[in-house]
Design a protein around this ligand. Structure first.
Ligand code: KG4
Ligand code: ZN
Length: 339
């Protein structure tokens, strides 16, 4: 089964083709980072308009890359939510209409399920069997979400803990912005942290003492700002703050992952979402007494491949939907059905 996947929930237009027999046949990505950079964050209306410009050309590129014609597709998957409503509307309209015109099934994919299954893409992209056995705990860390999820099967998700305020990626981006770093701040702050000295600042590890698996990162952002304001504001101070911030975030995630694994006696942890690209986080989580899986770097941040893959699994299991265009900007993982 050859499935075209379309991702358009935020600021990347991703289009990929996944074949359930041969693996990934095409993977096209257009990032809007340059478009939003001068505003220091994603401007929703600009994002929607750019998705309109880019989605159809990328579909053509993906078909050319896979050496397929439209009539050879067996199904279409698009990101139904969560995300920016205008941006989601573009992928949903194009994906749903194309499926209708071609007379093939379509399925709206949950963006976070796409991220969650991305660590399996390494194997399946090369046409191998997926190697991560259920059940496992997933740490989803992106610009919009921070969650620990108990994954018993595909679609059978229990949220064990989540952020009560800023998502981890958001905290990275906002802290970077306060320190005057360029957009998007997460990877830039992480790069700067490498120049930082250990032991200069020690930042708190939020919500550790009270037990439980929820997170709160907005205090760390404020702590970074006041530390910066009180410092001499040299480049070294900036790097030291970046270092202390990153250590506090990574350590907090480490402690909560350990706790989550213990609470359900799981032996496997998978990391997904944009912040999963963070090298320090990868190093630290590898210290856990568990099997730890990360997606390949290019599948950490938003992409079409994870949507094509998640959609293909659902279409293959016979799940389809009514021919209506109905994006879901707010959508909990727990509402999904198991396959
Ligand atoms: O999953 P993603 O591409 O988009 C969302 O669905 O949100 O995640 C993007 C987030 C941004 O906040 C970005 O700054 C962060 O992931 N990010 C990083 C790194 N690379 C991306 N944060 C810390 N360190 C990184 N290396
Ligand atoms: Zn994402």
């Amino acid at each position: 089964m050859k499935v075209l996947g379309i991702e358009s929930s935020c600021d990347e237009t991703g289009v990929a083709i996944y074949d359930t027999e041969k693996g990934l046949l095409a993977d096209q990505l257009y990032s809007q980072i340059a478009l939003h950079a001068e505003y220091g964050g994603v401007v929703p209306e600009l994002a929607s308009r750019d998705h309109i410009r880019k989605t159809t050309p990328l579909i053509k590129e993906a078909l050319a890359e896979a050496e397929l014609s439209l009539s050879e597709l067996d199904g279409i998957a698009y990101t139904r939510g969560p995300g920016l409503i205008g941006a989601l509307m573009v992928g949903a309209s194009i994906g749903r209409s194309l499926a209708w015109g071609l007379g093939i099934p379509a399925v709206g994919v949950h963006h976070m399920e796409g991220h969650l299954l991305a660590p399996m893409l390494e194997d399946v992209a090369n046409g191998k069997e997926q190697s991560i056995a259920f059940p496992f705990v997933a740490l989803l860390v992106s610009g919009g979400h921070t969650m620990l999820v108990h994954v018993k099967a595909i679609g059978d998700y229990t949220i064990m803990g989540e952020s009560l305020d800023d998502a981890v990626g958001e905290a990275f981006d906002k802290t970077a912005k306060m320190l005057g770093l360029a957009y998007p701040g997460g990877p830039i702050l992480a790069a700067l942290a490498k120049q930082g000295k250990a032991g200069v600042y020690e930042f708190p590890r939020p919500m550790i003492r009270q037990g439980g698996l929820d997170f709160s990162f907005s205090g760390l952002k404020t702590h970074s700002l006041t530390t910066w304001q009180k410092s001499d504001q040299t480049e070294q101070d900036k790097a030291n703050i970046a270092y202390a911030f990153q250590e506090a975030v990574v350590d907090t995630l480490f402690i909560k992952c350990k706790r989550a694994l213990q609470s359900v006696e799981a032996e496997r942890l998978i990391i997904a979402g944009g912040v999963g690209a963070n090298i320090r986080l990868r190093e630290k989580l590898n210290e856990l007494k568990a099997e730890v899986f990360f997606p390949p770097m290019k599948y950490c941040t938003d992409n079409g491949a994870m949507i094509a893959y998640a959609g293909a699994l659902r279409l293959q299991a016979g799940q389809t939907e009514e021919p209506v265009i109905l994006p879901k900007p707010r959508w909990s993982l727990e509402e999904l059905s198991a396959i």
